[in-house]
Design a protein around this ligand. Structure first.
Ligand code: ITT
Length: 199
């Protein structure tokens, strides 16, 4: 009986860390699939200049191929001393084929000696259904960029990001602690409220 009440959604991502986090945040009511169920879908070019544009591009590329809700996550880290970089280029900061180790190393290098360490993670989720765009949801978390990496949890820039009011990085927190504060947790809780209201 419980299975019957579960809803399905496609997260239009190839980043397995995002899929894991979305499953953790939505919990047992949702069956979350990702682009591994659409292996023939071509690579989605992220040509937008904002998180909103890229999230919409990803949702609309996948939506015609999936029967049900499609959600795409575009996210990244904005650093004030770098004029908002890496921003929409967070995954490709040190180059198109860069690893996250290289991206974090470049961020550390660019901020060496910099006093203004302020920044924020942003997440925009674009929702689509039956091939059509529905709406977006946004979340942000303010914080600062640490001088060195700490922690093994999370992914991406988490070992360098200390949320406001905390002394530990996201990578030093458990998943529930991170999701209670994070950009993705905030945006996704708003999306889940909306989906419950229309289902
Ligand atoms: P998809 O486009 O397939 O979803 P992606 O990793 O390319 O995967 P983005 O273009 O949205 O996704 O890039 C987001 C990058 O921002 C991600 O690769 C991380 O480097 C960083 N990022 C986003 N959310 C993060 C988080 O919660 N913790 C740490 N880093 C994060």
């Amino acid at each position: 009986m419980t299975e019957v009440s579960k809803q399905r959604l496609l997260l239009a991502t190839r980043n397995a860390h995002k899929t894991r986090e979305v499953r953790e945040i939505l919990g047992a009511d949702w069956i979350v699939e990702d682009l591994s169920v659409l292996p023939d879908l071509p690579e989605i070019e992220e040509t937008g200049e904002t998180f909103e544009e890229n999230a919409k591009l990803k949702a609309l590329a996948a939506a015609p191929h999936y029967d049900g809700w499609v959600l795409a996550d575009d996210s990244g880290l904005e650093v004030d001393a770098l004029g908002g970089a890496p921003g929409v280029r967070s995954a490709r900061f040190a180059g198109d084929a860069a690893t996250m180790e290289e991206n974090r190393a470049l961020l550390g290098e660019k901020l060496r000696g910099e006093k203004n360490r302020a920044g924020r993670f942003r997440c925009v989720l674009a929702l689509a259904k039956s091939g059509a765009f529905v709406r977006t949801f946004s979340g942000a978390v303010e914080g600062s960029i640490a001088g060195e990496e700490s922690g093994q949890g999370g992914f991406g820039y988490d070992p360098l990001f200390v949320p406001e009011g905390e002394t530990r990085t996201f990578a030093e927190m458990g998943p529930e602690e991170k999701h209670a504060l994070s950009h993705r947790g905030r945006a996704l809780r708003a999306a889940a409220d909306f989906l419950r209201s229309v289902s």
